[in-house]
Write a protein of this length. Structure first.
Length: 274
């Protein structure tokens, strides 16, 4: 039996070899083609407040590095401080409650003593029944005052919360990029942002992959990224889209890269393919 290529004839054999070489070369090109991506802050937040009012103090400036829950600014709070003082007076007023307690103690002792007299035949049962009614009424008054104190304490807690909300705090740590409001400006419901805050302790690298490349990364937890200075760092796979984007037919993948020391500053990167 003649060899397969010999039986096909010389022109056909040459054509098959050429096609095979093209396919192999194309496979190598596809795997080695650089996939460019972008690096962005892990968090980029327009810090806003649900409160409205005039800005009285700003505690930060662009470039400041702040911690989580750090104070950013404070709105006018005169009314809230007045409400706190009023609620404290109410919550710390115990006159009516103390009166109800003393009245209850008195009626309790009177019922006990009268019960002994009735048992000894020295007092009328009707008198005991009247004293028991007075005791029940005094107990109800004491319960009413105790509940009033609980309500007063809840109002005080609410007043303190309203006062605290006039101070705007950072939702996370990071670097202040922009300060939108200055002292004396009004924060309204349609423009509640006061600063822009970015967290670069971690970075997010974003890539758009073909189906073939994306499938390889679905099976791994980490991927390597080449930075603009040719340094290669490792990133943890955060997300791979379950289907392709209609525009471009590519699949989005994001990686989380640790940057606690702040050394990574470039926004461009390249995926080191598996």
């Amino acid at each position: 039996m003649k060899p397969f290529l010999t039986r096909l004839g010389l022109p056909t054999a040459i054509l098959l070899c050429a096609l095979s070489g093209t396919i192999c070369a194309q496979s190598v090109i596809n795997r080695s083609t650089a996939i460019q991506g972008v690096i962005e802050p892990y968090k980029d937040t327009e810090v806003a407040t649900a409160e409205m009012g005039v800005v009285r103090e700003i505690f930060v400036k662009p470039g400041d590095i702040i911690e989580d829950r750090a104070e950013i600014g404070r709105l006018d709070n005169d009314q809230q401080r007045f409400l706190v003082n009023e609620a404290e007076l109410d919550a710390n007023s115990f006159g009516l409650l103390e009166t109800a307690r003393r009245e209850t103690d008195f009626n309790t002792r009177r019922v006990e003593e009268t019960s002994k007299l009735v048992a000894a035949g020295k007092s009328m049962p009707k008198e005991l029944e009247r004293y028991k009614l007075d005791l029940n009424i005094s107990r109800a008054k004491m319960q009413t005052q105790e509940e009033a104190k609980m309500i007063s304490q809840a109002r005080l807690d609410k007043a303190h919360l309203m006062l605290r909300e006039r101070t705007i705090r950072a939702p996370h740590g990071g670097t202040v990029i922009t300060v939108y409001k200055d002292v004396g400006e009004y924060i309204a419901g349609n423009a509640p942002a006061i600063i822009r805050l970015v967290d670069t302790s971690k970075l997010r690298a974003r890539f758009y992959l073909t189906d073939e490349v994306a499938d390889r990364y679905r099976k791994t937890e980490f991927a390597e990224v080449r930075l603009a200075n040719n340094v290669i760092v490792k990133g943890k796979v955060e997300f791979i889209a379950p289907f392709a984007i209609a525009d471009g037919h590519v699949i989005e993948m994001t990686l989380i890269i640790e940057n606690a020391n702040g050394q990574i500053r470039s926004s461009s990167c390249e995926l080191v393919q598996l």
